[in-house]
Ligand binder design. Sequence first.
Ligand code: H2B
Length: 112
Amino acid sequence: MTTLSEMKCEACQADAPKVTEAELAELIRMIPDWGVEVRDGIMQLERVYKFKNFKLAMAFTNKLADLAEEEFHHPGILTEWGKVTVTWWSHSIKGLHKNDFIMAAKTDQLLD
Ligand SMILES: C[C@H](O)[C@H](O)[C@H]1CNC2=NC(N)=NC(=O)C2=N1
């Protein structure tokens, strides 16, 4: 069975469907270190990664930027000393698409 991190994002059209509640319940279990936040009515996936210092946090941030460009799907990123907060949602549909779960799983792989 293909895991989320092995999947590719699909082009995110403005009329693409948000994940249903049932899909959300199934997909969130596949990325157990991620939480769901709602900001300005927009559902988002979020995880905080901890690092030993700012240099390591920045190195992770740069790898994430490359990943986002490869998939042309981009996160919110807050990079601080020893900490990177990553937030995934689909701007075009103002909510969560399967792409966001794929990218969250791929983000976790950057730690390997
Ligand atoms: C213009 C629009 O932002 C682009 O088509 C892409 C770029 N990256 C993106 N990233 C995310 N997270 N959501 C989008 O809808 C999105 N759209």
